[in-house]
Design a protein. Structure first.
Length: 429
C-alpha cells in the first residue's frame, strides 16, 4: 500500500510539472489558485509548516490523492488546447495496478501447483492400479494351484480309504484270508500251484521288484504305453509275482508292463485300473531264479541279466553306468529296439556284448569311468578306420555315424579284445 502511495505522489508531481509548463505556455491560472485545495486534500492544516504530520488515515489520504488528481485533470483539461492535451496524456504512462491483478496472478500460480499435484496423484493411482492388477493375477494363479492340489489330495485320500477298507475287511474276516488278499484284493482263482488276482494298478505299482530282475528302463515302459495307447487292445498276459512270509510280494516278471499301465491309468485311459496277476509261493531264492528263466525263454534275456551266470552286482553297475553315460552323449544313435540296424545300438545289447567280450577282466576295468574311457577310445579308432576305408557297411549308415561321431554300431570288430576271460568262456558254453 505504501509503495502504491509513493507511485501516486510521484505521478502527481510529474503531472503537476506538466500542468505548470502547460499553464505558463497558455497563460492559465497561477499555482496559488489551487494550493489551498491541495493542502486540504493532503490532510495538512492551513498555515502548517512543511514538517507537519498528516491528520488523515492512509486510506483517507489515498482517496484524497485520487480526488485531487481528478480535480486537477478537470481544471487543466478545460484550459489546455488539444495539441497540448495530447502531448501531456502521452507522457503519462502510469496505469494503477489493481489488487485484483495480484490476486489473479496468485490464483494462477495456485492453480498450476494444484494441477501438478493432481497429475502426480493420478500417476500414483495408475501405478497403484497396475500393482494391484499384478497382485490379483498372482493371487488367481495361486488359487488355481491350490485347487489342483486339493483335487490331487482328494484322489489320494480316496485311494487311501479304499486300501484301508480292504485292510479292515481282511482283519475283520480272518477266516476268509485265503479268499481275500490285503493288497491284491479278492481271489479270482486258486490253481493250487499259483493263485490269480485282479488288483488295482495303484496297489501293484507300489510293490518292490525282485532284486535280480533286469534293469528297469523308463524309456521302454513309455514305449509300451505309447503302443498300447494306439492299439487299445489291452495288456496281454499277466504279471508274475512271488510271495513269501519273509519278503512278502515281489514282481518277478512284467515290471515294464506295470509301469506302462500306471502311465496310462494316470492319463485316465479306461481299462487300465485292474490287472491280472499270478502269485507263486516262494520256497527259496532259487525258486524265483528258475521261474524268471523259464518265463523269459520265449523272449530270451540277455546273458548279462540271467541269474547264475557269474555276473557280480559290481560288474552290472559298471556296465549300466558306462553305457548310460555313452547313451546320454550319443542319444541319437541309441535305439529302444533290440533288433536295431547299423549304425544304431541297443542299450541292453551293448551291455551284454561288452560283458561277453571279457573286456572288464582283460583290461582289469573295475570302475565305470574306466570303461567309458575305453569305449571312447575304441570309438575314435573306429572313426579312423572308417576314414581309411577299413569299415564295411552301407553308405547311409556310414554317413549317419560320421554326422553324429558315433561308430561303434557299424560293426563289432572293436569287441574282439585279445586275452582270456572266464566271462567270455561262460558265455560261449
Amino acid at each position: 500500500m505504501l509503495s502504491r502511495t509513493r507511485i501516486l505522489l510521484s505521478n502527481s508531481r510529474s503531472f503537476h510539472r506538466h500542468l505548470s509548463v502547460s499553464s505558463e505556455s497558455v497563460g492559465s491560472t497561477p499555482k496559488e489558485k489551487y494550493s489551498d485545495e491541495v493542502k486540504r486534500l493532503l490532510g495538512k492544516e492551513a498555515g502548517s509548516s512543511s514538517g507537519s504530520s498528516f491528520k488523515l488515515s492512509l486510506s483517507e489520504w489515498r482517496s484524497n490523492v485520487d480526488s485531487l488528481l481528478t480535480s486537477l485533470l478537470k481544471t487543466t483539461l478545460s484550459t489546455l488546447p488539444s495539441s497540448t492535451l495530447t502531448s501531456t496524456l502521452s507522457s503519462l504512462s502510469y496505469v494503477p495496478k489493481r489488487e485484483s491483478d495480484d490476486a489473479h496472478s496468485q490464483l494462477s500460480i495456485s492453480q498450476q501447483i494444484a494441477n501438478e499435484k493432481i497429475k502426480e496423484i493420478q500417476r500414483k493411482v495408475v501405478k497403484e492400479r497396475e500393482l494391484r492388477e499384478e497382485d490379483r493375477q498372482q493371487l488367481d494363479q495361486a488359487v488355481e494351484e491350490w485347487k489342483a492340489a486339493e483335487e490331487e489330495k482328494k484322489r489320494y485320500q480316496s485311494k487311501l480309504h479304499q486300501l484301508q477298507s480292504q485292510l479292515a475287511n481282511s482283519v475283520e474276516s480272518p477266516t476268509d484270508s485265503t479268499l481275500h488278499h490285503p493288497i491284491l484284493g479278492p481271489l479270482a482263482l486258486d490253481l493250487g500251484y499259483k493263485k490269480l488276482y485282479t488288483p488295482s494298478i495303484t496297489s501293484l505299482a507300489s510293490l518292490p521288484i525282485w532284486s535280480k530282475q533286469r534293469t528297469f528302463r523308463p524309456s521302454r515302459a513309455k514305449k509300451i504305453a505309447q503302443s498300447k495307447m494306439k492299439s487299445k487292445t489291452g495288456m496281454p498276459g499277466c504279471i508274475c509275482l512271488t510271495e513269501s512270509p519273509q519278503t512278502g510280494l515281489k514282481i518277478v516278471d512284467g515290471q515294464h508292463r506295470v509301469a506302462a499301465l500306471a502311465m496310462l491309468n494316470a492319463e485316465g485311459v479306461e481299462g487300465t485300473d485292474n490287472v491280472l496277476v499270478e502269485v507263486f509261493q516262494e520256497g527259496d531264492e532259487s525258486f524265483a531264479e528258475g521261474l524268471f528263466t523259464e518265463i523269459n525263454r520265449a523272449e530270451p534275456v540277455k546273458f548279462v541279466d540271467m541269474p547264475g551266470n557269474g555276473v557280480s552286482e559290481g560288474e552290472r553297475m559298471v556296465l549300466e553306468e558306462a553305457v548310460s553315460v555313452l547313451k546320454s552323449k550319443y542319444i541319437k544313435m541309441f535305439s529302444t529296439s533290440s533288433r536295431c540296424v547299423s549304425p544304431h545300438v541297443n542299450e541292453d545289447n551293448l551291455r551284454d556284448d561288452i560283458f561277453k567280450s571279457g573286456v572288464l577282466e582283460k583290461r582289469r576295468i573295475g570302475r565305470s569311468e574306466e570303461l567309458v574311457r575305453w569305449l571312447e577310445e575304441e570309438n575314435k579308432k573306429m572313426g579312423r578306420r572308417l576314414k581309411r576305408g577299413k569299415v564295411e557297411g552301407g553308405e547311409r549308415a556310414k554317413a549317419k555315424a560320421t554326422e553324429f561321431g558315433f561308430f561303434l554300431g557299424l560293426d563289432d570288430g572293436w569287441l574282439k579284445v585279445k586275452g582270456k576271460s572266464k566271462a567270455k568262456a561262460k558265455a560261449m558254453e
